[in-house]
Design a protein around this ligand. Sequence first.
Ligand SMILES: CCc1ccc(NS(=O)(=O)O)cc1
Length: 308
Amino acid sequence: KLARMQDELAALPEGYITPNRPVHVKDFSEHYRIMSADSDFRFSEEFEELKHVGRDQACSFANLPCNRPKNRFTNILPYDHSRFKLQPVDDDDGSDYINANYMPGHNSPREFIVTQGPLHSTREEFWRMCWESNSRAIVMLTRCFEKGREKCDQYWPVDRVAMFYGDIKVQLIIDTHYHDWSISEFMVSRNCESRIMRHFHFTTWPDFGVPEPPQSLVRFVRAFRDVIGTDMRPIIVHCSAGVGRSGTFIALDRILQHIHKSDYVDIFGIVFAMRKERVFMVQTETAVCVHPSVSAGGAGGQGAPAGR
Ligand SMILES: CCc1ccc(NS(=O)(=O)O)cc1
């Protein structure tokens, strides 16, 4: 199957940006060596090909005057075609809007909902999205403050006193702290119905940087996936802008699941597909390269560095 895919790709016209570039797992170390040579020259070339993917798509709802204040960054806007739509409230213009997009994962085409770190003024919309999407899991990849700058609102209760966000009640049940992340369980209630939601918070990934050691991110993704399994309800993922760290997390989750039962990996194809759904997904030449020995539950070697 891989040989057939590679023959078909080789037959494509010059300059055609192929959405798929599979690499055999056994060839991955050599592939990484070639791509990272000369200060990541070929990784940079390949990343540049992704620059315009998806950028011809409309963001008309994000740009409505009533919605502009709901965007944390003016240049990080959700495409109309893949945006999450809240249930409209009465005739309130813009009441269906949140800066969030559905995103494909290894298990389904809408496995994730990727969003910006909530603003204080959009925390109610965030919890409405959690409820109306029927999600049971939130992955947070930023701290609320980094280097003195607000990256995300403190949108969840930090003690056992219940908090209300609009008509949604959130109460902390239990939180467990590890070196690089914490996992909390919340009872989320609305209109006499209650659900348990889990909050997976990775706390040691600096914005525009790399987790140290990179292996800590692989361990976090594995811990998350061990809990979630293949639950088909949407998983909400956010960082601050909802593109760099969020895109890298989803890419790594897909890679680790894929190479458990396949002999090739297509990192370019994964990022290409994400960029069709949300702008700038995986924001730098993030060579999220996991050495096969690591991904197969091996001795946890260093693997190739994640992030650039
Ligand atoms: C310029 C807007 C912007 C801010 C922060 C980030 N990083 S993040 O997507 O990992 O939060 C990406 C883009």
